[in-house]
Write a protein that binds this ligand. Structure first.
Ligand code: ADP
Length: 369
């Protein structure tokens, strides 16, 4: 056995892993409630030790780590050394919910597998190709520079993978096509991909803006924050919680799972119907905006939990766009075929199963080449 890659995705209280032999998944698993009473492990080190003890790691070529925020520094998968760890640590203020856990995963893996190269694969890296006009916020340039405030974008491994799969479905090289990739999972983002490179994405400095998500509000007037603080008396932490954890579908309906919302909507629940409409309207706004940015569009791809599984969301998000060359065939959509637009549509609409772990494994190998 050679060319095995272990992919680790360390969250604040969880550790997801998947072992690949070439492109074949060998095994995968999840350690949960790390550090919590009654949880699977006392800390990340214990969790990884338990994972490693159950795996056949002969021929392990690399460990690929998902890292959420790479800032402006990391524009490609990067072999980890002390300087990389220090840089990921410096980026913690930009991703306080994610980078500490990602870093813990890296440090523990370096300790337990000292002879295996560790590769950091950043969610932000794919978006490094965004033009400055898209990445810049219109605020005081000195303030922006000092605090590293700009659009970074996330879900990069998914958008990279999905846009390449889309090119395969179209039978054309990625460099020749323009794609809008719609990652609609618990987190959600849209990405405009021109010739294989990200030119715009809906998340920003953080994963909060853009589309409506399970518990995140997506786009909101920033003055809402001042208002809630000054007039509503909420603390900054309370507002953070409201927008990041109690917003989105949960804010609108009390639940963050699209399946529950679809059921309630069918049963005539008005809050669920509104949540659905807000959700698909936001997707449509981004599709229209990115169509204009790209100028020419070959494909739209739906991916992740909602995008791969909900014909209702796909149909509603693209409803009424035939004048723009965008249409969904109801039967193909209901069957969840990989191409759901009618034959000979100017824009091919696709359903693509995303595989972020496989993409991380591939990128880890690339980084070692
Ligand atoms: P994550 O962003 O956590 O990786 P996923 O991409 O797995 O999430 O998406 C999870 C979400 O997908 C769930 O919260 C649920 O709302 C949605 N989902 C899963 N299956 C379906 C389905 N059959 N129909 C509609 N939504 C679904």
């Amino acid at each position: 056995m050679t060319d095995r890659v272990l992919v680790l995705n360390a969250g604040s209280s969880s550790l997801k892993y998947r072992l690949f032999d070439g492109t074949d998944p060998v095994t995968h698993g999840l350690v949960e409630r790390i550090g919590e009473p009654g949880g699977d492990a006392a800390d990340h080190a214990a969790a990884l030790r338990a994972v490693l003890s159950g795996l056949d790691l002969s021929g392990l070529a690399a460990v690929g780590h998902r890292v959420v925020h790479g800032g402006a520094e990391f524009t490609a998968p990067t072999v980890v050394d002390d300087a990389v760890c220090a840089a990921v640590r410096r980026l913690i203020p930009l991703a306080p919910l994610h980078n500490p856990a990602n870093l813990a995963g890296i440090e523990v893996a370096r300790e337990l597998l000292p002879d295996v190269p560790q590769v950091a694969v950043f969610d932000t890296a794919f978006h490094a190709t965004m033009p400055e006009a898209v990445a810049s916020y219109a605020i005081d340039v000195e303030v922006a520079r000092r605090w590293r405030i700009r659009r970074y974008g996330f879900h990069g491994t998914s958008h990279a993978y999905v846009s390449r799969r889309t090119a395969l479905l179209l039978g054309r090289p990625p460099a020749e096509i323009n794609v809008i990739s719609l990652h609609l999972g618990n987190g959600a983002s849209a990405c405009a991909v021109r010739g294989g490179r990200s030119v715009a994405t809906s998340m920003g400095m953080s994963p909060l803006p853009g589309l409506v998500m399970g518990t995140r509000s997506g786009d909101i007037d920033p003055a809402v924050v001042f208002h809630l603080h000054r007039v509503g008396g909420l603390s900054v932490d309370e507002i953070d919680d409201l927008l990041n954890h109690e917003g989105g579908l949960r804010g609108l309906t009390g639940e963050n799972d699209m399946r529950a919302i679809l059921r309630r909507r069918k049963a005539g629940d008005r809050a669920a119907a509104l949540a659905f409409d807000v959700y698909v309207t936001r997707v449509k706004e981004y599709v229209g905006g990115y169509l204009a940015l790209l100028g020419r569009l070959n494909a739209i791809s739906f991916t992740a939990g909602v995008g791969e599984n909900s014909p209702a969301v796909r149909a509603a998000a693209l409803d009424g766009l035939t004048g723009l060359g965008i249409a969904v065939d109801p039967d193909r959509n209901a069957r969840g075929e990989s191409v759901i637009s009618p034959p000979h549509s100017p824009v091919t609409v696709c359903v693509v199963h995303t595989d972020e772990e496989l993409e991380i494994a591939e990128q880890a190998r690339q980084a070692l080449r």
